[in-house]
Design a protein around this ligand. Structure first.
Ligand code: SF4
Length: 127
């Protein structure tokens, strides 16, 4: 390949239009597509993290499932003899939320939130 042909062949790689190199006006080219934005951290959360941050309505204490488990939204009002002072959803091993939050998920009430101050007869002290 001649030096001239090799020069013309590498011009586009250097970002120079052959027509521009010849002094003629080049046709406008389409802009390069915008790069895809990186996904936000919340979009790449693990399933466990998604469970811990799941939102849903608060469990209604009169809901049949809640009644069956003796759930109360305020542990201090629990009438069940199994309840011990200090036991609450926030320190239950099944509680999937953060103790500092007002509510969080519990696997016994899928898709719903229990009050951190709540309690039910399935309570198991977090070790
Ligand atoms: Fe609260 Fe634990 Fe009962 Fe779930 S199992 S409702 S976290 S006491």
């Amino acid at each position: 390949m001649s030096t001239r042909r090799r020069f013309i062949a590498i011009l586009p790689l250097a970002g120079v239009s052959v027509l521009a190199a010849c002094g003629e006006k080049a046709a406008p080219t389409a802009p390069a597509p915008a790069p895809m934005p990186a996904p936000a951290p919340a979009e790449v959360a693990t399933p466990a993290a998604a469970t811990a941050t799941a939102v849903g309505p608060l469990v209604d204490p009169v809901d049949p499932a809640a009644v069956a488990l003796g759930y109360v939204a305020d542990a201090s009002t629990a009438k069940d003899p199994k309840h011990v002072v200090g036991a609450a959803c926030g320190n239950c091993a099944l509680f999937a939320g953060k103790a500092a939050d007002a509510s969080g998920p519990c696997p016994l009430f899928p898709g719903k939130q229990v009050s951190t101050k709540g309690w039910c007869t399935a309570y198991a002290k977090k070790s």
